[in-house]
Design a protein around this ligand. Structure first.
Ligand SMILES: [Zn+2]
Length: 160
């Protein structure tokens, strides 16, 4: 569906997605130490052999749209659960696993870093679905109640 954007005035197609390519703790490691201390792929990250993170997606329903708005985010995992995911990468029958949200989503005024989440594994080459704990935090409210297409594009423009 074409949408004339209230934020930029352009016409956009479909429902947007946003993604964080790294978990925030990645940026605490000095650039010259990244090679030694950090393992990172598009789905997995280990820092100092101590912090285990996986990439998933928070899906937010968009009113009147079939497709949800996707927020690509990182969540920390217990080493044991991280390893289970690595060993069963294509499986939808592991988990769900608890994790701490490991990105500050700057389009929210409130802290999003370290919100409680649960990762639901879907298999089929899809990234895990990240469910934010049900609270009155605006991100949790958005996930529960959905957002307008206008707000989805507003969020995206916040990062452009
Ligand atoms: Zn726009």
């Amino acid at each position: 569906m074409s949408y004339v954007c209230h934020t930029c005035g352009d016409t956009h197609e479909g429902v947007p997605h946003l993604g964080c390519d790294q978990p925030d703790p990645y940026f605490n490691v000095p650039e010259e130490e990244l090679g030694q201390r950090v393992f990172i792929t598009s789905d997995l990250c280990v820092i100092d052999n101590e912090h285990f993170l996986i990439r998933g997606v928070i899906e937010i329903p968009v009113h009147g749209q079939e497709d949800p708005f996707g927020f690509g985010v990182w969540v920390s995992q217990k080493e044991e659960n991280y390893q289970t995911y690595v060993d069963n990468f294509e499986s939808g029958s592991i988990g769900p696993f608890f994790g701490w949200l490991s990105n500050q989503l700057s389009c929210y005024d409130e802290d999003t870093f370290c919100l409680k989440t649960v990762a639901h594994f879907r298999g089929d080459g899809q990234r895990p679905l990240i469910e934010v704990e049900s609270t009155d935090h605006p991100l949790s409210v958005d996930q529960r109640n959905g957002i307008s297409l206008e707000r989805a594009w507003m969020l995206v423009h916040h990062y452009m």
